[in-house]
Design a protein around this ligand. Sequence first.
Ligand code: XMP
Length: 517
Amino acid sequence: KILILDFGSQVTQLIARRVREQQVYCELHPFDVSDEFVREFAPAGVILSGGPNSVYEALDWKAPQAVFELGVPVLGICYGMQTMAGQLGGKVESADKREFGYAEMRARGHSKLFEGIQDRTNDAGHGLLDVWMSHGDKVIELPPGFKVIGSNESTPIAAMADEARGFYGVQFHPEVTHTLQGKAMIARFVHDICGCGRDWNMPDYVSEAVERIRAEVGDEEVILGLSGGVDSSVAAALIHRAIGDQLTCVFVDNGLLRLNEAEQVMETFGRSLGVRVIHVDAADTFMGHLEGVSDPEAKRKIIGREFVEVFQDQAAKLPNAKWLAQGTIYPDVIESAGSKTKKAHTIKSHHNVGGLPETLNLKLLEPLRELFKDEVRELGIALGLPHDMVYRHPFPGPGLGVRILGEVKPEYADILRQADAIFIDELRAADWYDKTSQAFAVFLPVKSVGVMGDGRTYDYVVALRAVQTQDFMTAHWAELPHSLLGRVSNRIINEVRGVNRVVYDISGKPPATIEWE
Ligand code: XMP
């Protein structure tokens, strides 16, 4: 197993992810664990992460010295390389100019870390690598026993090695995908240099996570707000696997869910998995509070606030609950950490369940905190959740509330639910569901004239939206086949009363957003 020591870089979890990808077990711990901890952990190798600090500013930000005395390989990344150099007798220079972004690095000499790994070669036959740099300081003098194994103009010691001891340092970030051969380097380090086999997988992760949850929770009770989305569903299934009936889920039907969604959630969790789920039908309450409100942000706030209220009422009925479980995943962790410093401009306030922990006075249980979305999905499958649930498109917290433009009315929600179900149905039938990242229908409260049979109609418009995206920050509209769009339009107009016109949204993000509100 690999020990990763975290010096606070934003991408430390990516290192863990890359190691897990190689089917090697790893654990991430803060850099200031004790020498004793390191010895007891008995890793097959250690990775020191990058960090926001300068070796000079942070004289006490060092790896435990035991790391270098265990006789196992060590890979230092960025700050990790610098502290390794500093601690082993080399020199690091503080620089005020940062190197940030792509850089080309030449592999030098022969090293186990880079041997045979390259993006291309130069005229002299040296391997060249495209790497991602983000640093100010750099190593300017090697520690005794080390040699240079990679360099470029601005960073003559971009990578270093003491192969006798298995110590490697790289100034760039192999864990990010921008470093094209990063995955190959991590594989080289964990398999060939540390000698770890491919013997760890998702079922192992399940049993480890189950043990961790049991140890953390003991015999106390846990509540979880189940939305039917991937993250809260996987969290619920995992926690249930760990502590069974000590978990109670609260599923709030706000009247803004998709067709049959409540039934599906109750079926999957309540009946198939035997999870205790309290189904709260709060549609009337939500609709009541939304009456007359047409501003998107105001609607979001109301829906968010109502959710907290309903949830609190339920929690009050479970006085033994000491924990609030949430399906927070790693990208949420970075996003909220980043927002403190970046003060990102709020385009839309994404509500989710912010505010709950403080008001409820419960301890937080977040078993998915270290996982990325695709890992969460894999975990869901390993836990026996249905494929369709685990690979479902994301659905916003305010639900149909932001897909009914302007004022939300129950009859609009009914129309939208039917139209949306037809669209999704046809997408699945045409094998397009998995080729789009998010697809849905939007209700437009405007009427247009049509003709049906011999009569004139004057009915509402439904817009269809389907996008393709990696990260939902930017998106392309999906080029769905016209025949598919035609079928969807026909079915909606024929089957859904109150709609006589269907349009397809061909706006990208930016400048449009994915949701219409
Ligand atoms: P936009 O519309 O901002 O959406 O391009 C990007 C992604 O975020 C989802 N979204 C929300 N999710 N609460 C949520 O939980 C919200 O208020 C909300 N608004 C947008 C949207 O569905 C898309 O996946």
